[in-house]
Design a protein around this ligand. Structure first.
Ligand SMILES: [Zn+2]
Length: 171
């Protein structure tokens, strides 16, 4: 319906603004190294962030998880994918942190985290393949794609806005 559609467009625009503001809070490492960017986000938050690679998708169908432990954050990310996609997954989870998204407390996510780690903990976010129906998931994915586009633009000047456009249009 027209009214809903217009409402949706407005919230997508607001999401894009929040994403741009969040992107500007952490400087891009030069040269780009995902590990350095993770460290920069950790420094900004005052909490260590650990990366943990594992074949996540085979057992859970997910490609990324953010686990909030009392003293640190852990990003579990899929290994069986190309490096660039791993960076998108990691940046997606970092976005949830920077955008201060609330916990995903669904039972499924908690069960998955237990399955992955063997530890009971609060699961903050789980990233599926293209599950960007919720505004916070859209924001996180947008952040990741825009960040990687900025990195690529800095390196070879080739804009990668097409994928971002498709994500926005699909919402
Ligand atoms: Zn997410």
């Amino acid at each position: 319906m027209f009214t809903m559609r217009r409402h949706r467009k407005k919230s997508v625009r607001a999401a894009a603004d929040r994403v741009d503001a969040a992107l500007d809070t952490v400087a891009l490492p030069d040269p780009w190294q995902i590990g350095d960017y993770v460290d920069a986000v950790a420094a900004q938050r005052g909490r260590p962030i650990m990366l943990h690679a594992m074949p996540l998708r085979a057992s859970t169908g997910l490609c990324g998880l953010w686990l909030a432990l009392p003293d640190r954050d852990v990003i579990v990310h899929e290994t069986s994918t190309v490096d660039e996609h791993q960076e998108v997954i990691i940046c997606h989870e970092l976005a949830h942190m920077l955008l201060e998204h609330t916990s995903d407390t669904s039972l499924t996510a908690a069960e998955l985290a237990h399955q992955v780690t063997g530890v009971d903990m609060e699961v903050v976010r789980a990233r599926g393949h293209s599950n960007f129906d919720r505004i916070e998931e859209l924001e996180a994915e947008l952040f990741a794609r825009k960040l990687i586009a900025r990195v690529r633009d800095t390196h070879d000047g080739a804009p990668r806005e097409g994928k971002i456009r498709r994500i926005l249009d699909s919402f």
